[in-house]
Design a protein around this ligand. Sequence first.
Ligand code: GLV
Length: 307
Amino acid sequence: MAILYKSEARRGAEWARVFAEKRPDLPFYIWPETGDPAAVRYMAVWVPPDDLSEFPNLEVMFSIGAGVDQLDLSRVPAHLPVVRMIEPALAAGMAEYVVWSVLSLHRQMPFYLQETRGGGWRQQPLREAEACRVGIMGLGVLAQAALERLAPFGYPLSGWSRSRRAIPGVTCYAGAEELPAFLAACDILVCLLPLTDDTRGMLNADLFARLPQGAAVVNAARGGHLVQADLIAALDAGHLSAAVLDVTETEPPEPSDPVRTHKRIWLTPHIASMTGWRSAAEVVLANIARHEAGQPMDGVVDRSRGY
Ligand code: GLV
């Protein structure tokens, strides 16, 4: 019985230490080393090996990331449980990124940096936090951590998800029919949705048109959520004021891609949050213990929903 890790080797070495300490009976291999493939019961991966039939006794596929779209679920045999990464460091990192983006956009940093670098000194009226409505699409663990940390600033908070959620202090909208009302009340829209067939391309011209004039957008989910040309058109038309993007359709984007140079886009290279190695290894160990005891694991993906 063994576990195979396939992601960044440097972080894998840290996982190996935790496993060696807590489960010395469970050999830990870092891809491309696999040991005897027939002994591999568990995988912890960003993207699985191409040929999973080489691992006939695999029992659980753990995602190293919060998202599982990069796994391509269609390639993972249907009987195998796939488990999302739910661990505190990932949620804390995402909450920091969202708070940083929202504060920067609320305080008009994209405008002011451009202004002062261009030799200007124009001041804009200061909008109170109470007048800056922040909405998050996708209300999972990451969004809930971000909402909790945004609350003390006084922003009116709302959220939208496919199925209804109740979060204290947050106006929650659900389903396609409530999406327009949600969007109309977002001065800053943050996307933390899972990427599925239903959400691909959702940040598009139709959606932007429903946001209030001057709204700003943050995408810290997946590049596939955003139609980049529509974003740039909405920024250039002056309907949207700015965007913060941590993800792009192709990563890295081409040097000539306008997302790299557009004056009102702040781009970061998929660093919004990262799985914390120790907490992640511990979460996977706890799930392995549940699995071995015949109990339900935390974060099992519902294949029909795609997250
Ligand atoms: C990173 O993008 C993740 O899904 O954890």
